[in-house]
Design a protein around this ligand. Structure first.
Ligand code: ATP
Ligand code: MG
Ligand code: MG
Length: 427
């Protein structure tokens, strides 16, 4: 992908936007871009620099994302709405073409990584609640104030807020900015100079500390690995490349498969409530470590039909009117509202599954299911809004002492996960 129209190759120390930003280390990548940690010499802060692929369709997508991010940022001057902020944007010319670049506030690990570090065992419910409140605050802002539908909400697109500002606290973060690109070996192709290797390693280790380690989990854990109760687990919604407006939609097929709402599969039209469906899937995954729905195609039926079957096994039969009401309904349902190819469903209600498969206590299971099930209503208009959801008693309930004890095991595995991560980051 590092060819004409594709990614821009970046090296540690590369300057951007007339030298204002200096590349430090790669943070991640997606289908459209690579994202680098950069040092902003103007504000003396670290930022995330998203460098888009250069081909026309990627440039157009970047302009759309910049438009959405500008609206989001301008509407939230106090930066309190749990949505990522755009700091700057510009174009960068390179050997592969012109690349649109977005400068975003620097955030920590994604919730997907958090789930992984926790070895897919699920987080304790008090943390799940804190995270849910943040996501809902973000969704309420997008939906009610801006009329924006995210359309791709999932753990990967929600990032933790790092509690340490590496620029203000270089000793704790162990990160000193790299201001200049090493002089030697500028034209050296793939062979890196020793200095460059050293710099890269230093930047990598330092960022492992701020973004990958307990520091960013500092939200959740202290140095000794103990849980900090009462402290906020703050996070923010990111990746607005697919966002649209309720009155200006672009695509019929939206959302990542496992987080896709039934009305999207059936092509019955969609609105804000598709994000509420994805939110419920995300909350379930945080609490259990497993995806709520992981459909697969089978003998004689496709992934979509399996997905609809899984939904009904967990949530009960879809009302006939909803089942047969979409442009693609005939592909899956007969006129009675039964699936055409998957005839026998094994019903396993959510509260039972939480007890039987995930060893939730009866009370926890009942309360969590009561929070989630309305969000997973097959009738989109019946799902609560983010604003209503924020008022739900489950989010504002205190956890019992009994639950705190399961947390120690949780945190131990988080520790072990962290050690692994340090190795992985070193790759
Ligand atoms: P996709 O294919 O998912 O649309 P994309 O090219 O639009 O990808 P993003 O999802 O925005 O890119 O970002 C890619 C990765 O970069 C993220 O998964 C995350 O790891 C990292 N990243 C993005 N934004 C930030 C940020 N503000 N702070 C820290 N890391 C970030
Ligand atoms: Mg993404
Ligand atoms: Mg994207």
């Amino acid at each position: 992908s590092y060819r004409k129209g594709g990614y821009h190759a970046v090296r540690v120390g590369d300057p951007f936007n007339s030298g204002r930003y200096i590349a430090q280390r790669k943070l991640g990548w997606g289908e459209f871009s690579t994202v680098w940690l950069a040092y902003d010499t103007q504000s003396s802060k670290y930022v995330a620099l998203k460098i888009q692929k250069s081909a026309a369709q990627f440039a157009q997508a970047a302009l759309h994302e910049i438009e959405v991010l500008s609206i989001i940022t301008n509407g939230d001057p106090s930066n309190s709405n749990c949505v990522v902020q755009l700091i700057d944007h510009f174009k960068h010319a390179g050997p592969n073409g012109q690349h649109h670049c977005m400068v975003l506030e620097f955030l920590g690990d994604s919730l997907l990584r958090l789930i992984r570090y926790n070895r897919y065992k699920g987080l304790k419910l008090s943390k799940v609640k804190e995270i849910c409140k943040c996501i809902l605050t973000g969704l309420d802002y997008l939906h009610r104030e801006l009329g924006i539908i995210h359309t791709d909400l999932k753990p990967e697109n929600i990032l933790l807020v790092s509690t340490i500002d590496p620029a203000k606290d270089p000793i704790r973060s162990g990160l000193k900015p790299i201001i200049e690109r090493p002089e030697c070996n500028l034209n050296g192709g793939s062979t890196m100079s020793i200095i460059e290797k050293k710099l890269k390693r230093r930047a990598r280790n330092a960022v492992a500390k701020i973004s990958g380690s307990k520091a960013s989990m500092g939200v959740a854990v202290t140095k000794s690995g103990r849980c900090l109760d009462g402290i906020d687990v703050r996070c923010k919604v990111v990746d607005f490349g697919n966002a649209c407006w309720a009155d200006k939609r672009f695509a019929e097929e939206i959302q990542t498969r496992q987080y896709r709402a039934p009305e999207v599969i059936l092509r019955s039209g969609y609105s804000f409530t598709v994000d509420m469906w994805s939110f419920a899937c995300t909350a379930f995954e945080l609490a259990t470590g497993d995806m709520m729905f992981a459909p697969k195609e089978g003998q004689g039926f496709g992934e979509d039909e399996d997905h609809l079957a899984l939904m009904m096994e967990l949530l009960g039969k879809m009302p006939r009117k909803i089942a047969i009401g979409g442009a693609r309904s005939k592909d899956f349902f007969d006129r009675h509202g039964d699936l055409k190819r998957i005839r026998r469903l094994k019903f396993w209600p959510l509260d039972r599954m939480l007890v039987d498969r995930y060893s939730f206590s009866e009370t926890d299971a009942k309360e969590f299911a009561e929070f989630l099930c309305p969000l997973l209503d097959f009738t989109p208009a019946k799902r609560p809004t983010a604003e209503q959801c924020l008022q739900h008693s489950w989010l504002n309930m205190r956890d019992s002492i009994h639950k705190e004890s399961t947390n120690d095991a949780n945190m131990e595995s988080l520790d072990a996960g962290m050690n692994k991560l340090q190795l992985k980051v070193g790759k």
